[in-house]
Design a protein around this ligand. Sequence first.
Ligand code: GLU
Length: 296
Amino acid sequence: MTSRGYVSQDVVVRFAPSPNGLLHLGHAYAACFAHDYARERGGKLLLRIEDIDSGRSKPEFVAAILADLRWLGLDWDDAVIFQSDRLDSYAEAAGRLRQQNLLYPCFCSRSDMRAVFEKQGYDKGPDGPIYPGTCRRLDPDQAAERMKSQPYSWRLDVAKALLLTGDLVWHDARFGDQHAVPAAMGDVVLVPKDTPVSYHLAVTLDDARDGITHVVRGVDLFASTHIHRLLQALLDLPVPHYVHHPVLLDETGSKLAKSRDSASLAVLRNRGVDGKSLIENLRKNIFPVGITLAKD
Ligand code: GLU
């Protein structure tokens, strides 16, 4: 038992922002949703800072996240978790997948890909064009030679991985039982060229490590869950429940983005807006002018 009176098998939820920009109203909504989901069930809310991208993550954005959450009156439990403290565990897991021959080195650059897509067209996935598998077909000796001199990422061979795991299912509290279709995302990168680990691998490992029972996050990450489910099966990790909540849209009907500073929480906070009233309004689905909640 902890001071709040919960026991370890109870609900554990996390809010997991990336400190690569200022949070906006969409994050306030997501943080509130995760916070209330945990608290209404007597559970725990963890705060995990997803700062694996050392080039884009900035200490001032971490500071702003903490200030925003306090201003909104959303509390969390335990010490703040930083993914940058866990790089060894990500490398170890990637090594295990490599040993199983499930990863292959990919030398394609963004411009290589653009050229291929322009010439041959592409299949569209939830996050943009699907990788056409160019480097999956490389001769292994040739690939090993290129690795000596060229930068490369490690991609997951999804078809090969699925042969190993067979059919997989997961459950979303709002959308019901799901049959995992990781192939819809293509052979995702698990270890990028320029950062130690991808979002997919880090988040899957950490949700297990942190004992997350309910992954509460925006529906914009729904498709990623298919990949996460596959990684759970490959790495022998527990499967949490999922709750993908709707996201906020701006006046053009697009998802709010970090680049849109006008909607940033820091701007509102510095303008003297009352954060707790703002959260009360979000709870009642009352949004500032121009902001709406997506249907799903
Ligand atoms: N770090 C991710 C983001 O800021 C969210 C991760 C998650 O909730 O799975 O978009």
